[in-house]
Write a new protein. Structure first.
Length: 252
């Protein structure tokens, strides 16, 4: 091989190597942007779902405080499930289960489309995933005195899968809305079976909330911590920060 041919071969090899390197680099960049876009889009929806769930837990826990002080009126569960109309009780029961199921649905969507992210050096993503795992552990934990709203890990995944709307696609997924959720409870026996125990749990909480207070209080606090991670600038829930603080119940 003469010198010119050798140089040409070296240049060709180097060009191919550079093309491969830049192609790989560009793919990684695109994947990073795609993941960041998914996390921004889904993170907002997950934050709202966590907010709705923790708000309902707060109302249940705050209601327990009110129920123990006759001068301050009835709490949430007493007002709507124990002393409310049949329609009010049905709404309170189903909406309580729905906000839990919707939260699990958005966790499942994040798992599917972002594959729990390429965590790499992104400390915030790592903290979000750890917080989701912490919340999942509380939901699955066997309690010595109360197991209302308990779901083992497999049940959490299954309910999350059921809540993902079938018409979605990567990057554009969504959960079932409340009306869709109620319609499926009425019309789909297999779907409804997954939620029958949770619906019964809500009635048990209405009958006696006290045993569940420590566990549900811990769950509510960890959901608030997740919201703080997903909304660090407090842009979405400023009044929530003032009213609820960082988890737990206000004094009095």
């Amino acid at each position: 091989m003469d010198a010119v041919s050798l140089v040409s071969a070296v240049v060709a090899v180097c060009s191919a190597a550079l093309a491969g390197f830049f192609g790989y680099w560009q793919q990684r960049r695109l994947r990073s942007w795609e993941q960041r876009d998914y996390m921004d889009r889904y993170g907002a929806s997950l934050a709202w779902a966590a907010f709705d769930l923790q708000t309902r837990l707060f109302n249940i826990l705050r209601g327990h405080v009110l129920d123990n002080d006759p001068d301050r009126g009835d709490g949430y569960m007493t007002s709507f499930l124990t002393r409310g109309t049949e329609r009010e009780a049905a709404f309170a029961r189903r909406s309580t289960v729905f906000v839990l199921a919707e939260y699990l649905g958005w966790v499942e969507i994040l798992r599917r489309d972002v594959q729990f992210l390429d965590l790499g050096g992104n400390r915030l993503n790592t903290r979000v995933m750890l917080q989701l795992s912490r919340i999942g552990a509380i939901l699955a934990r066997i309690d010595a005195v109360s197991n209302e709203l308990r779901l083992f890990r497999g049940q959490q995944r299954a309910i999350g899968e059921l809540m993902v709307h079938p018409e979605g696609e990567p990057g554009r997924r969504r959960c079932l809305g409340f009306a869709e959720f109620c319609a499926k409870l009425d019309d789909d026996a297999a779907f409804a079976l997954w939620f029958s125990d949770l619906l019964a749990d809500v009635d048990r909480l209405a009958g006696d909330t006290a045993p569940a207070v420590p566990r549900l209080g811990e769950l509510q606090t960890e959901l608030v911590a997740l919201i703080d991670l997903l909304d660090p600038q407090e842009a979405r829930f400023p009044q929530f920060r003032l009213a609820f603080g960082r988890g737990g119940l206000p004094p009095g």
